[in-house]
Ligand binder design. Structure first.
Ligand code: ATP
Ligand code: MG
Length: 239
């Protein structure tokens, strides 16, 4: 079952927020999801202890560098989707998770410090790809974007990434109160109280668009892997 890891060694890039939004969206559509909380801040573990977490969304807490590969493999055997929230530092733990991932999401705010963190993650992915002799699907996710204005720095980041051939999510994660409130209220985004959280409908539509694009990218990565396997089988047959 697919493993989606959220990585960027830059602290505060929006990894934990985007990881919980994805898990919440998948669970609200009936999927069975396990979140591996490998972030020392443990925000998702805290969220998981609040009332409202559905049984279909489990959180694995206190994962260490030594334990992360086992934790992911175990979760993969049981859940339909495994979401891994990584810490905001470059670490062996991130390398392990990237090695296990079907898709690496690289949350990035529209600033040069975050972009440097994203570039570091992409170098890590390239190295893992060489070691594993397989492609690791990945894409940068622009976070905390303004609903009102497309800022110049954001446009610059987008242009730079596209120019460098780095895959980029079409959807950005907009700065929304709902994306902070979910950590206080508990439960899924779809359970947040209407009327008490501003722009909730827009926040839900944003999270849904993001989750839809994650599924699209997973399908594309799967098709690529199948094509590689077919080519290898054909070569083996011809040999
Ligand atoms: N889309 C958003 N809307 C509103 N607030 C956001 C959004 N994304 C992130 N934040 C806020 O920004 C801060 C950092 O976000 P988050 O914890 O998700 O980043 P992180 O990359 O996981 O950080 P760390 O590297 O410390 O683990 C948090 O206070 C979070 O509530
Ligand atoms: Mg975090």
């Amino acid at each position: 079952m697919p493993v989606i890891a959220f990585a960027n060694p830059k602290g505060g890039a929006g990894k934990t927020t985007a990881a919980l939004l994805l898990a919440s969206e998948l669970a609200s559509h009936g999927a069975d999801v396990t979140v591996i909380d490998a972030d020392p801040e443990r925000w998702i573990s805290g969220w998981g202890r609040l009332p409202g977490r559905p049984d279909a969304l489990r959180v694995v807490e206190g994962v260490t560098e030594e334990g992360i590969v086992d934790a992911i493999a175990e979760a993969q055997a049981a859940a339909q989707f495994v979401v891994v929230d990584l810490e905001g530092t470059a670490s062996l733990m991130a390398a392990h998770a990237v090695g296990m991932a079907d898709l690496v999401v690289i949350p990035t705010q529209g600033g040069s410090m975050d972009a440097k963190g994203a570039a570091k993650t992409i170098r890590l992915i390239r190295n893992q790809e060489r070691m594993l002799r397989r492609q690791v699907a990945h894409a940068v996710l622009l976070t905390r974007t303004s609903a009102a204005v497309a800022s110049r720095s954001l446009r610059n980041v987008r242009e730079q990434l596209e120019g460098a051939g780095v895959p980029l999510f079409r959807t950005t994660i907009v700065e929304r109160a709902a994306f902070r409130d979910i950590f206080d209220y508990g439960g899924l985004l779809s359970d947040l109280p209407d009327g008490q959280v501003s722009n909730l409908g827009k926040a839900r539509a944003n999270a849904q668009a993001f989750a839809g694009e994650v599924l699209e990218r997973l399908r594309a990565a799967d098709a690529d892997a199948d094509a590689d396997a077919d080519a290898s089988a054909e070569l083996a047959g011809a040999a």
